[in-house]
Structures are given as C-alpha cells and as structure tokens.
Write a new protein. Structure first.
Length: 486
C-alpha cells in the first residue's frame, strides 16, 4: 500500500500543470493587484505585486481572462500545457478604459437634461461587413453633461438620440479621457413620409424603416404600420434614404429552436428622396422569396446550418435536418454559400442546375424554387508553424490570418484566423485546397483583414502557401508591420 501511495503521489507530481505570471497596466507597465484571473475550471486574484498562479490544471489549451476596476476586461495569450508542464512568467496586460464626455445644448446654448447620448463604432463582422456596434449610452444630468466610460481604443461616433443629423466623430486612445465632445441639438424642418406596403399572401409585414447615412451612422426611422400595410414616418428631415420593407414567411411547424429562427425573410429596398414637402403614396411590394432547398451527402452534426451570405446586410440560415435536407426562403439578390458547414469537413461541390456554384454563388431573381446538392469531404489541408519577430524571437499571441487568393476574397468563409500560443506556435486545419497567403500581426481589429482596402496596404507582407487535399504545410512567419506606410 505504501508503494502504491508513493506511486500515486509521484504520478500526481508529474501531471500537475500550472500557469503563473504577472498582470500589468498595458500603458505604464506597472504591476496590478486585485486582478481576477481566470481560465476554464480555475481562477485566482493577483497579489499586491501583480503575481498570480493557476495550479492543478489538466493538460490542454487555456485562454486567460482578467478583470479589474478601472480596466477593460482582458483576454490574454493562448497557453498550451503539456502533461507535467508549468508555464511561468506570463505577462498579462490590461488596458485602462477610455472615456468620452461632453455637454448637450439646445440651439440657444442652454444645457439640456435627460438627453440620451450614444457612442457607436464601425466594426467588421465574421462576413467582413462593416457593422454599427453601440458601445455605450448615458443620459445628460441637470447641467446637460454626459460621461460614457469602458471604451476601447478606436474611432467612435457620438450622437444624441433625438438628433437627426450626422454623428460627431472622435478618436479615443488606450485609457484616454476625451472631454469636450459637445453636441448642439438643432430643430430642422421635417415632413411626413407615407405609403402602402404589400406583402405576399400568408406572410407577416414585420417592419418598414428608413435608413440615412453611410452604414446607418446618422439615424434610422421606423414607421408606424397598420394592419392593412399603410405606413407613415413622422418628423423626417430632408435627405436621401433607403426604405426597407420586410415580411416574414409562414412559419413551418417545428419544435426545434434552430429551425424556428432559420426560416428566412422577404425584403425589398427602395430609394427615397425627401425634400421640403411631404412624400405621399409610396407603393412598396415585398416580393415572395425563392424557396431554396437542398441535401447534404453526409449526416449533419447537431445545429448544423447552411449560411447564405447576401448583398448588403442579408444573411440567412437554413437549418439542416437529420435526414440531411434543408430549406429556406431567400429574397432577391446574390448570395455566397458559406462553406464552413461542419467541423472537419470541406465542401467539394455545391451543385445547381448541373454546375458547381461554390465560387460564383447563387443569384435570386424572384419567386420560384431552387434545389441544391452539397457534397462534403474530410480531405482538407493543414498548415502550422512558428511566428517570430524580426530578431527571431517567438511572438506569443500573434494573430495569424489565412487569406485566399485575390479572385476568391469575396468569400468570407475562406478566411481563417487563429492565435499563436505562448511559444509562438499556430495551427490552421480543415483548409479547402487552393492558393492562399499567410499574415502574422501582433494586433489588429477583428476581421478587418476582410476589407480589401486594408489588404492592399499589406499585400507584400503575406507569405504564399498552396494547400492540397490532405496536405500538411509548415510555414514559419515573421511578424508583419501593423501600420505600414500608406
């Protein structure tokens, strides 16, 4: 028994893994106490010198997170633990949060209390589209003053909720307190915009709205819609707008949550010009969508969906049943069919009307029916390697991005990105065959690499790589300059 006990103790010592290091202010480098440091299954708080230790961790990959008053919640570098390994001297950086503050006044210069002020920013979603993300809001106090904290470094757009003019732009550095971002509320002349929207029989007219300004940064006006489809917008200032009418197709009977939310929408866009006079009798017809159905050649895993990435902000999903079939209604427009369908699989072909459309995509011209056949395989390629700086030192936490060749960059599903671990090692798997470039950056805005203008300035930084079926490539990368000369 004694020998057995000693053997178990020895095994425990061999397999005990831990991560230790120091939490610091990213701007000053000063150590930070009272930081809650967590990984899956374990947490601790840093001491007065910023030190932390996470013990008794099983082997695996860990992403550190940290939180402290006065700082943004932080995500640290990816850490890989082998059996019996301890990773020491991890430096965990936390960014102090930024602040935007100012005063809201009326056209006579009087402070205005109780006015909601919002700050928003443009960000890139997983499809490479710029989206408006609301980052904070606050009501003005009795002096007309507002203060919005907890902001990351970046460019923000500030506007008062009742304002119908373009947002004010301001940049915030890491931990910067930007004051004097004042807003004067004007009262432009406005008119009513009204009309009638018709939706296909059996559908529900869900919304009619006006969007103004690039990316919707200025404002959106929602209409009052009656049960018979009449709509009216009140208080609309002059300008150029896009009127969008949406209808929901009849719900198919289902008890599955994912199928209930993935049944598509009908949508119509109409340009509208508003001047000094009311705009009346607008006629909007929401077309019945095309019923797109199909079949996968393999049995799907749980909650698998086919994603149709359309023009503008149209993204629809089709839930895949256990019998490998799917169906969704799509509005007019052009759609790329996302090939990230199931873990471990790549798309071999998407057959429509006797041809493979996975590169050209699917164009919906009007009501009708479309049938697709999707063939998958498990013969994707893999690439891995080490990210180093110009002096050959590994770069923990570097962002590695796999970018398809120029002719296929409209397909967001062909982009992949991973984070290097504490040894600078990265690995990207399940890659469809083709030509790509690999980039390594220390930091950059999420998904910004899908912006063609961003890639133009960094084209020469990429390392070419060609992926074949079942191939395994090794590509060691040198950290690129985040901000090359324009």
């Amino acid at each position: 028994m004694r020998l057995l006990w000693l053997g178990l103790m020895a095994a425990a010592c061999v397999t005990a893994q831990e991560i230790s290091g120091t939490a610091v202010d990213s701007v000053t480098g000063a150590p930070l106490g009272k930081v809650l440091v967590e990984v899956t299954g374990a947490s601790t708080t840093t001491d007065a010198h910023g030190h932390f230790t996470l013990s008794s961790l099983p082997p695996g990959q860990y992403q550190l997170t940290g939180a402290r008053n006065g700082y943004l919640e932080a995500t640290g570098n990816l850490v890989t633990l082998e059996a019996g390994q301890s990773v020491k001297d991890v430096q965990f950086k936390l960014d102090p949060f930024g602040v935007i503050a100012g005063t809201v006044r009326d056209s006579d210069g009087e402070p205005m209390a109780g006015i909601a002020v919002t700050v928003s920013r443009l960000q890139y979603d997983s499809h490479g589209r710029r989206r408006i993300s609301r980052e904070g809001t606050a009501d003005t106090d009795d002096l007309g003053q507002y203060r919005i904290p907890f902001l990351e470094r970046g460019r923000y757009y500030v506007r008062a909720e009742k304002e119908t003019s373009p947002a004010r732009q301001t940049d915030v550095g890491t931990g910067e307190r930007v004051t004097g971002v004042d807003i004067t509320l004007s009262h432009p002349s406005t008119v009513e915009v009204s009309g009638h929207a018709t939706a296909p029989a059996g559908t529900n007219l869900s919304s009619v709205r006006l969007n103004a300004g690039e990316d919707g940064l200025s404002f959106t006006v929602n209409a009052q819609v009656s049960s018979n489809g009449d709509f009216v917008f009140r208080g609309v200032p002059s300008g150029v707008y896009t009127l969008t009418a949406e209808a929901s197709p009849p719900k198919r009977p289902s008890s599955d949550f994912y199928e209930l939310i993935a049944q598509g929408r009908y949508r119509t866009h109409v340009p509208i010009i508003v001047g000094a006079d009311p705009v009346k009798d607008i006629k909007v017809t929401v077309d019945a969508g095309t019923e797109v159905s199909g079949h996968l050649n393999v049995r799907p895993s749980a909650t698998t969906a086919i994603v149709f990435d359309g023009d503008g902000d149209q993204v629809e999903s089709a839930y895949v049943h256990n019998d490998q079939t799917f169906s969704v209604n799509l509005a007019r427009g052009h759609y790329n069919i996302n090939r990230n369908i199931m873990n471990g699989y790549i798309v071999h072909s998407i057959q429509f009307d006797g041809r493979d459309i996975q590169d050209e995509g699917l164009t919906i011209a009007g009501p009708g029916k479309v049938s697709l056949e999707i063939t998958l395989g498990k013969d994707g390629g893999r690439v891995d390697g080490i990210v180093a700086d110009k002096n050959g030192r590994p770069v923990p936490g570097a962002t590695v991005v796999l970018v398809p060749e120029a002719s296929r960059r409209s397909h967001s599903d062909l982009f992949q990105n991973v984070e290097a671990d504490q040894q600078g090692h990265y690995k990207i798997e399940t890659i469809p065959p083709g030509k790509y470039q690999l980039f390594a950056w220390e930091e950059d805005e999420d998904n910004v690499w899908m912006d063609p203008d961003f890639l133009i300035t960094r084209e020469g930084q990429g390392q070419p790589v060609e992926i074949g079926a079942h191939s395994h490539q090794t590509a060691n990368l040198t950290l690129a300059n985040n901000h090359p000369a324009q």
